[in-house]
Design a protein around this ligand. Structure first.
Ligand SMILES: *Cc1c(COP(=O)(O)O)cnc(C)c1O
Length: 497
């Protein structure tokens, strides 16, 4: 299986090369040249397997230059017993009517990013051994909250890697900040930036192409890679859980083999829902993919009109991991929908960086709308949804998941579509205690973060994950705040070069 770039399909790499590089030199993203298929007979075989075995069966179709031993080593370590708070790793649970949630937040950092970032360090170190032996890999991450912590936890003390995370000083939740600043490990570093998430992300991109740093890296046998979802190694582990959800829906008696399900995903960078699209293209019986946005509704507008326009007000919402106006993985979908037309994609992306806007062709729009539906909701509706789900069905969900539940209900009401539904539940509610508490309880006595965690626990009886509760007694290790102009210096200081 070869990987090609969305902006130049003559560039062709092995899976390990694509993962080690992260992004193609001309700015395109790597995608598999063809999508492997999964027959119903094969899916039937997967039903009786555990998550680790399901993952191996799917991943070996994509990572064809990994040996069986290498893949076993990666997958066994990523999802081994004790790392996730459910022995099913990502359980699919029915919550009401014909609606089930796949709980993707049972890993070490309590958000769905763990599903990929527990595996990526293994994939990346095995890949690097093949693609660029003798080099130490430096992972740079810009985060608005969840990716940073999940990447730190995944890469902590992984030999031959260093990781540095930049986050906007006022742009993450108190719990997300504490999770990062108290991170343990000898190869990790965290730095706040005076600026917003875009400043942090632009700063990281500038470092990737900084000539002076590049020379210093070469002299010291170092190379960069990315742990953001532009890296194929972040995306491919996510395909697994949609296949697994389908198997679980059969096991749970919600559908029979061959019957379809709908999938609803709370979306920011378009990585998670793109993985569901790949699962559908492989042959998993999926009817509609429903893209849910918060008040930053750039994707809803795009799917409904074919015009992508980031020239609009940016809102800070109660679902901060979806506060984003440029969804980078949309590029991969457009490449597929355009019949792998690299020139068309390069031109659209050029328009996006020049004008912040582009319009897709009628053909692409109609292909898009045959697979996808979209909806959005604001903070008030998000909190109302949390309250309703809790009071009617005794299920406590986080703000991001609530956006998806709200959009799912509106879709059912509007279309009358009775297809059984799986909603991606992306974070544990205690990561966003303030918003969740204010949704379910009318009078709140606490003011600081950990009293709110306790008050939410006393009120609902829902267990607090120990890895969040224990942060209360930890002292932050990383208190540095830098100006965005000084990010290159922060990198060199961290590496001591
Ligand atoms: C990252 C994140 C999302 C958005 O996922 P994308 O793959 O960027 O679309 C949704 N919910 C939570 C909790 C997240 O951390």
């Amino acid at each position: 299986m070869k990987y090609i770039s969305t902006r130049d399909r003559s560039i062709s790499l092995s899976s390990s090369q694509a993962i080690a590089k992260g992004i193609s030199a001309e700015g395109g993203l790597f995608v598999p040249e063809t999508i492997p298929s999964l027959s119903l007979e094969k899916i039937e075989e997967l039903i009786s397997l555990d998550y680790i075995s399901r993952a191996k069966e799917i991943l070996k179709l994509y990572l064809t230059d990994f040996s069986e031993d290498e893949l076993d080593f990666c997958v066994d370590n990523a999802y081994k017993a004790g790392k996730f708070s459910s022995e099913k790793v990502a359980p699919t649970v029915k919550v009401y009517d014909n609606v089930s949630l796949i709980e993707l937040w049972r890993g070490p950092t309590c958000a769905f990013k763990d599903m990929a970032l527990q595996l990526l360090p293994y994939l990346l170190t095995v890949s690097a051994k093949k693609a660029c032996p003798d080099e130490e890999i430096v992972i740079l991450v810009a985060t608005s909250g969840d990716t940073g912590k999940a990447a730190l936890e995944g890469f902590k003390d992984v030999p031959n890697t260093r990781i540095l995370v930049f986050y906007p000083v006022d742009g993450v939740s108190p719990m997300q900040k504490l999770q990062m600043t108290t991170q343990e490990g000898n190869n990790v570093s965290v730095c706040a930036i005076r600026g917003n998430f875009d400043d942090a992300q632009n700063g990281v991109k500038a470092i990737f192409t900084n000539k002076e740093i590049e020379e210093k890296f070469r002299a010291n046998s170092l190379s960069f890679s990315s742990a953001n979802s532009i890296n194929w190694g972040r995306l491919v582990p996510q395909i697994v859980y949609y296949v697994s959800a389908y198997c679980d829906m059969i096991e749970n008696g919600e559908i029979k083999l061959g019957e379809k399900m709908n999938v609803v995903v709370p979306t920011g960078n378009f990585g998670n829902i793109l993985a569901a699209y790949y699962a559908k293209q492989m042959g998993v019986p999926i009817n509609k993919l429903i893209c849910a946005s918060n008040k930053n509704r750039v994707l809803t507008d795009f799917i409904n009109t074919g015009v992508y326009d980031r020239n609009r007000e940016f809102f800070m919402t109660s679902s901060p991991s979806m506060d984003i106006l440029i969804s980078s993985n949309l590029e991969r979908l457009l490449f597929l929908l355009s019949g792998k037309n690299d020139e068309e994609i390069a031109s659209l992306m050029k328009q996006l960086s020049a004008d912040g806007k582009y319009k897709v062709s009628e053909e692409v729009l109609s292909a898009l709308q045959s697979d996808f539906a979209a909806g959005c909701c604001d903070d008030e509706e998000t909190l109302k949804t949390i309250k309703e789900l809790y009071e009617k069905y005794n299920y406590l969900c986080d703000t991001h998941t609530a956006v998806a539940v709200n959009v799912a209900n509106a879709y059912i009401e509007k279309t009358g579509d009775k297809t059984p539904m799986v909603i991606a539940s992306t974070a544990n509610p205690y990561k966003f205690s303030k918003a969740v508490l204010s949704a379910v309880k009318s009078e709140i006595s606490s003011t600081d973060e950990f009293s709110m965690v306790e008050e939410l626990n006393e009120f609902t009886g829902v267990e607090v994950p120990s890895q969040l509760a224990s942060l209360k007694n930890k002292t932050p290790r990383f208190n540095n705040v830098a100006n965005k102009e000084d990010m290159p210096k922060v990198v060199l200081d961290m590496l001591g070069i």
